[in-house]
Ligand binder design. Structure first.
Ligand code: TA6
Length: 284
C-alpha cells in the first residue's frame, strides 16, 4: 500500500478559481483547474513542464492560455461553435480521486446543460482523467453520447509545453508524416525533425510511435492514443504572440503546443456509444 500522505490530492485555488493538486510520492505534482478540467501545472523532477501564460485570464469564464486545454466538441474554427468549442469555458465537476500503486488519478466530469445546449444541442457525458506518476502525466478524455440521436465532434488536447528557448527546440518523431502547414496552406510530408523560426501551425497525421521534444538538455516523450489521428504543432512566433492579449511579449519563446487531436474527421457516436482518446507526457 502506498503511503496516503505521500500520494494525495488536495483542493486549492489559483487566481480564486478552484483547483486540485495531485502529488506523487516522488515530489512530482500537477495542478488541475475545475474550469475546463484544465491541467495548469506539471512539475516533475523539480522543473515545470507546462507553459502557463503569466497574462492568462483566470476568471472562470475565459479560456485559460496555457497548461492543457481541452478543445471539445469543435477544434479551432472548423464548425459553427465558438473557437475550440466550449469545454474549456465551463466548470467541470471533480469526482473520483484515486491513489493506486505509484499513480494518483483524478476524474472530472461535464454533462450537457442549458449553456452547452445553447451552443450545441446534444446530450453528452464527458470525462477527463488525469493520471500522475513519477515522471509521467497522462490525460484521457472519454465522451459518451447520452442523446437519442447520433452525435459528432472533433477534439484536441491542446498541450502547452514549457521550453527554455523555442529557437533551440527540436521535435522528433513526425518524420514521414503527412503535414498540412496551416500558415502557408501547403500540404506535404514532414522531412526530419521540426525546428522553429517564426510562426508555426501545422496538422500532421499522427505518427505510430511517440515523439520526442528536445529542449536543450531536457527531453520529453509525447505519446498519444491511436484514437487521436492527428498531431497539431503550434507556436505563434513573436508577431502573433504580440497580438495575443493574454501572452506577454516574448512568451512564445517559452512554449510549444504539441496537441493530440482527432480533427480531420469527426468522431461519430451512435446513441449510447463511447469514445476515448488521450496524451501521455514522460520525462526522459
Ligand atoms: O492548435 C493550434 C491553434 O488552432 C492555432 O491555430 C491557434 O489559433 C491556437 O490554436 C490557439 O487558439 P486560441 O483560441 O486558444 O487562441
Amino acid at each position: 500500500m502506498p503511503d496516503p500522505a505521500l500520494l494525495a490530492g488536495q483542493a486549492e485555488t489559483f487566481h480564486g478559481q478552484p483547483c486540485i493538486r495531485l502529488s506523487a510520492g516522488n515530489g512530482d505534482t500537477a495542478l488541475v483547474a475545475l474550469h475546463g478540467a484544465q491541467v495548469l501545472s506539471w512539475v516533475s523532477g523539480g522543473r515545470e513542464r507546462l507553459y502557463l501564460s503569466p497574462d492568462a485570464v483566470v476568471d472562470g469564464q475565459a479560456a485559460i492560455r496555457g497548461g492543457i486545454p481541452l478543445c471539445f466538441p469543435q477544434f479551432n474554427q472548423r464548425g459553427p461553435l465558438p473557437k475550440h468549442g466550449f469545454a474549456r469555458n465551463l466548470t467541470w465537476r471533480a469526482e473520483g480521486m484515486q491513489a493506486e500503486a505509484d499513480t494518483v488519478r483524478l476524474a472530472l466530469h461535464l454533462a450537457d446543460d442549458e449553456r452547452s445546449r445553447a451552443w450545441w444541442p446534444r446530450a453528452f457525458a464527458a470525462r477527463v482523467d488525469v493520471a500522475l506518476a513519477a515522471g509521467e502525466l497522462r490525460v484521457d478524455c472519454t465522451v459518451r453520447n447520452t442523446d437519442a440521436i447520433a452525435s459528432d465532434f472533433t477534439l484536441a488536447l491542446h498541450s502547452y509545453l514549457r521550453v527554455d528557448d523555442i529557437a533551440q527546440v527540436r521535435l522528433q518523431g513526425l518524420d514521414g508524416c503527412a503535414r498540412w502547414d496551416a500558415v502557408a496552406d501547403v500540404r506535404g510530408t514532414q522531412q526530419g525533425p521540426i525546428t522553429f523560426a517564426g510562426e508555426y501551425d501545422s496538422v500532421f497525421a499522427a505518427a505510430p510511435a511517440p515523439m520526442q521534444l528536445h529542449d536543450g538538455a531536457h527531453r520529453l516523450e509525447i505519446a498519444q492514443s491511436p484514437s487521436m489521428g492527428q498531431t497539431v504543432v503550434w507556436n505563434p512566433g513573436a508577431a502573433l504572440c504580440a497580438r495575443l492579449s493574454d501572452m506577454p511579449a516574448g512568451g512564445h519563446a517559452h512554449m510549444l503546443c504539441v496537441e493530440a487531436a482527432q480533427i480531420d474527421t469527426q468522431v461519430v457516436l451512435a446513441p449510447g456509444a463511447t469514445w476515448s482518446g488521450g496524451q501521455c507526457l514522460r520525462v526522459l
